[in-house]
Ligand binder design. Structure first.
Ligand code: G4F
Length: 328
């Protein structure tokens, strides 16, 4: 039985990856930070099947202790400050978690379990002001946010530890990936939640920022399989993980509203406060390398993803509504 350590296990990707690895027969440990509020809602269904260990990417000695305790065969470094707008408000803390945090974890792995295989969650945000369309593993980076800059650092330090110490360290350059477990601050979940609320008469309007931003959106459940596949290769490497199709925020709105029989134009307004100091206008990934070397391809379509998220939010909100006499 193999053992995996996941940092960021309470997040969208961490919870999907834990589900995936448990189904593969892994022993799964998740690193969590001590917090006064419980953030375990995404992993509540598997708390009796995984081990939670306390550690913090800001504290190198805690990482050494976690690795000594867990003795993992595979380490998935998914923890980061992952919401792009917050990275302008907290640029230094973003660098500490997202950039130096990866170095601290790599260094701890090198000291405690250098033969463990390491996965770094790189991001299409690194491409930023894109130099070519579509983006591949060879496209130069031009990040447009403190978050993107921090992810570029983490990406290159992973490459560097691979080249300096021969570690089995790989990076997945994941394009946007979503699903019902997505945080409400990200645009896709903000839309699906608002559509469900409007459909149920709980809200009347949805305020968004840039409706013309284009993203290559896939389903998070598909993308965690690619992380695992990277660590099963005899040779480590870096892979773009994407669908190869881009849509605008407006397209997402159109499909989400029409799924419940509404027209987005009647409900969506734009709010300049939600525009970013520097925007990533358009991202489109070419995952040919992952398809050829890993045998990976996405299963859920864009339309299927939008419908899945709206249906999920409708179910969540409906279950919280007071039961009317005729429904009782
Ligand atoms: O959903 P978003 O906040 O995701 P963003 O910034 O693309 O970042 C996500 O994907 C990255 C991979 O490329 C990850 F690394 C990162 O951690 C995160 O998962 O915004 C998507 C687009 C942006 O262009 C934004 O300007 O939607 C636009 N947008 C328009 N109105 C909005 C809104 N974004 C948010 N969050 N909220 C809005 O009201």
């Amino acid at each position: 039985m193999k053992t995996a350590l996941i940092t960021g296990v309470t997040g969208q990707d961490g919870s999907h990856l834990a589900d995936f690895l448990l189904a593969k027969g892994y022993r799964v440990a998740g690193m969590v930070r001590r917090a006064s509020v419980d953030h375990h809602e995404r992993i509540s269904h598997l708390l009796d099947r995984i081990t939670l260990v306390q550690g913090d990417l800001l504290d190198p000695s805690s990482l050494v202790r976690v690795l000594e305790e867990v003795r993992p065969d595979e380490v998935y470094n998914l923890a980061a400050m992952s919401f792009v707008p917050t990275s302008w408000a907290q640029p230094v803390l973003t660098g500490e978690f997202t950039a130096l945090g990866a170095t601290r974890m790599l260094e701890a792995v090198r000291q405690v379990c250098p033969t463990a295989r390491f996965y770094q969650a790189s991001s299409s945000e690194m491409f930023g002001k894109v130099r070519e369309i579509p983006q591949t593993e060879r496209t130069p980076f031009h990040p447009r946010s403190p978050y993107g800059v921090a992810k570029a650092y983490a990406h290159w330090i992973t490459v560097n530890y691979r080249e300096s110490y021969g570690m089995h360290a790989s990076s997945g350059i994941l394009f946007n990936h979503e699903g019902p477990r997505r945080g409400h601050e990200f645009v896709t979940r903000k839309i699906s939640d608002a559509v469900a609320k409007i459909r149920l008469g709980l809200a009347r309007q949805l305020a968004l920022g840039n409706l013309d931003a284009r993203r290559d959106w896939g389903y998070a459940g598909d993308y965690v399989e690619a992380m695992w596949l990277m660590l099963q290769q005899s040779v480590p490497g870096d892979y773009v993980i994407a669908t190869g199709q881009a849509h605008t925020v407006r397209d997402f709105c159109r499909i989400a509203f029409s799924h419940v029989g509404l027209a987005y134009e009647d409900y969506v307004v734009t709010d300049p406060k939600m525009l970013r100091p520097a925007e990533v206008d358009s991202l489109l990934g070419d995952a040919s390398l992952a398809r050829e070397k890993l045998g990976w391809s996405p299963r859920v379509s864009f339309e299927g993803l939008v419908r899945m998220m709206v249906d999920s939010d409708l179910a969540i909100l409906s279950s919280r509504l007071p039961r009317s006499p005729e429904r009782a």
